[in-house]
Design a protein around this ligand. Structure first.
Ligand SMILES: Cc1ncc(COP(=O)(O)O)c(C=O)c1O
Length: 443
């Protein structure tokens, strides 16, 4: 394949038919930004049902870590599928699940022995983390962050505070979650600088939540994304995560890192917590871990995972085909793709920052590895958000053969497969340059 290569107007005739059928029978709650109907993919390129080829800088939604249908992953899936598809890991044993837990023990940035619980998604992996934190500490409450996204099942949704539409109509939520401001340095409400602020935004937890709302000895854990994903690809300063570790340790709370989006090489390290040199007590993973097959992993220090048989389980969680895909994925990501994400991601960020000189819409370029956000604003001084312009840039990129998504209210999310080459990154930069120009010209 070579992308982009557009052969029809968009959507093409076959795509139009499928979308019309979808609109009659599929849940209207999905958020499709543009009419891309997938037929096949290879690496960081995808082809739609009309033969149009696109460069994929979305990877599903930050999922296809090893690229589309990587041959090693496909082989692992086929080999496993031919042997057996299911033998509930909650009631029986199979070696791939054990091997995957061993691998997590090696790769997770947690010293000492590590145990893993397997589920099917990010939300479920967070549910497990929240239940484990309550069980282990015998405390009830959780602190999470505004802008955070942890999933849409009822427990995870109680911690999610990304967009009101995700909560609207679904309350009341699982009680006992308090939200604190996240370190969004581009929009620091305290107007401080990350180099000297000492993460004063965290004083909201110490001086407000733990004084007025809940006693520290009743808080089981603090759930945090080391880089906020849905919230807008927000990278906090190192001191924010360091102080969170110090605060949780001091109060006997567990630090729960939701690495569903930032983990598995995406940030240019296997896990984003490694950027901060801070260890979590519970590490939550999903999305990229099995290259697109459903899998959630909740890993923790071994002594934290002290729940007894029957306390928590899942029929399909850690199914053998997903485990096989995950083992192949982790080999590829640890051997080459994490480094590629760091290298190509740095190149992309550099290119985007250079582009800011000629595009006044660009307010902030941030990210680590191939987790790159570009916040669009109407005015750089006032930082007025540009949500419509962001949506228009996403559309303009699609029309030129580049798949990207939005994140937060007004950021572009660039989260390609970790196999993206420098040449492909340059193609993405060229298209984004044109798309931004088109939208700026229209204003
Ligand atoms: C950080 C984070 N946690 C949890 C989730 C939920 O994952 P899932 O959609 O697999 O339930 C997401 C999904 O976007 C996420 O980005």
């Amino acid at each position: 394949m070579s992308a982009p290569d557009l052969r029809t107007s968009l959507p093409g005739p076959k795509a139009q038919q499928i979308i019309a059928r979808d609109q009659r029978v599929v849940s209207p709650s999905y958020t499709r930004a543009y009419p891309f109907v997938m037929a096949r993919g290879e690496g960081a390129e995808v082809e739609d049902v009309d033969g149009n080829r696109f460069l994929d800088c979305a990877a599903g939604i930050a999922v296809c870590s090893t690229g589309h249908s990587h041959p090693d992953v496909v082989k692992a899936i086929v080999d496993q599928a031919q042997r057996f598809l299911h033998m509930s890991g909650t009631d029986f044993y199979y070696e791939d699940q054990v091997q995957l837990a061993e691998r997590f023990g090696e790769l997770a940035p947690i010293d000492g022995d590590v145990r893993s619980f397997f589920s099917n998604s990010g939300a479920e992996a967070n549910e497990a983390a929240l239940k484990l934190a309550r069980y282990h500490t015998r405390r009830q409450y959780i602190i999470a962050f505004l802008g955070g996204f942890h999933g849409r099942t009822m427990g995870a949704l109680a911690a999610t505070a990304s967009k009101a539409v995700q909560r609207r109509g679904f309350g009341p939520f699982t009680p006992g979650v308090f939200h604190a401001p996240y370190a969004d340095c581009y929009r620091c409400p305290l107007k401080l600088s990350p180099s000297s602020c000492e993460a004063q935004c965290l004083s909201f937890i110490e001086d407000q939540i733990l004084v007025h709302l809940v006693s520290p000895d009743e808080v089981a854990g603090v759930l945090v994304e080391p880089i906020q994903g849905e919230g807008g690809y927000v990278v906090p300063p190192k001191v924010f995560i360091e102080r969170l570790r110090e605060l949780t340790t001091r109060h006997g709370m567990l630090l729960i890192a939701d690495e569903v989006q930032s983990g598995i090489g995406r940030s240019g390290r296997m896990f984003a917590m490694e950027h901060y040199g801070v260890q979590a007590d519970i590490l939550v993973s999903a999305k990229g871990v099995a290259s697109g097959l459903p899998l959630g992993v909740t890993a923790s220090r071994a002594e934290v995972m002290d729940w007894p048989p029957g306390a928590h389980a899942s029929t399909f969680g850690g199914n053998p085909v997903s485990c096989a895909a995950a083992l192949a994925t982790l080999t590829l990501v640890s051997e080459t793709l994490t480094k590629n994400a760091a290298d190509v991601g740095a190149h992309l960020i550099e290119g985007l920052r250079a582009m800011a000189d000629r595009h006044p819409l660009i307010g902030d370029v941030r990210g680590k590895g191939l987790m790159v956000g570009v916040e669009l604003v109407r005015n750089r001084e006032t930082k007025e958000r540009a949500p419509e312009e962001r949506n228009a840039v996403v559309q303009a990129a699609f029309r030129r053969g580049l798949l990207i998504l939005g994140a937060g209210q007004n950021a572009l999310r660039i989260s390609p497969p970790l196999v993206l080459s420098r040449a492909q990154a340059d193609t993405a930069l060229r298209i984004l340059d044109e798309a931004l120009g088109e939208v700026e010209h229209r204003r």
